[in-house]
Design a protein around this ligand. Structure first.
Ligand code: ZN
Length: 150
């Protein structure tokens, strides 16, 4: 990765960690799931508002490392206005990007989430980045009230 691109990515992660977007408890939510990453101690509570299969609002609470906070902050921004199917497809693309299964990052598909591509070089941090998405997945499937990455 080019150095200047890496700097830009870190800048975005720091910004979302300092000023997390959609960081509040949601009133009248449709779904609420707690996500926990015991490897790092990241804890989030994700709230969603749904209109049929459309995600109309997303917010979160919790505490974790910079990667997990930036990831869930970016995710809540990006899934608003997406359908459940679109969000699930994004999760799959994001997962492939962060685990390095897909060598070529599809920048068009992941958009701003590309800033987290660097975690693929740090296997211990992958779960920090994907916690938000595993929690979203559980919320959309509406099967569990809490999930753990382990
Ligand atoms: Zn973490």
């Amino acid at each position: 990765m080019f150095e200047d691109l890496r700097d830009l990515y870190q800048e975005v992660i720091f910004d979302h960690n300092r000023n997390p977007r959609n960081f509040h408890v949601m009133e009248n939510y449709d779904r609420m799931v707690e996500g926990f990453n015991p490897l790092c101690g990241d804890r989030i509570t994700l709230f969603l508002k749904l209109d049929d299969d459309l995600i109309t609002d997303a917010s979160f609470q919790g505490s974790g490392c910079a990667i997990s906070t930036a990831s869930v902050s970016l995710m809540t921004e990006i899934v608003k206005g997406k359908t459940e199917a679109e969000a699930e497809a994004l999760f799959k693309t994001f997962h492939e990007m962060t685990t390095g299964k897909d060598e070529n990052i599809n920048f068009e598909a992941v958009g701003k989430l590309a800033v987290l591509a660097g975690v693929r070089e740090y296997p211990a941090r992958v779960k920090c980045a994907t916690l938000a998405w595993h929690t979203l997945d559980a919320a959309l499937k509406n099967e569990q009230q809490s999930i753990s990455t382990e």
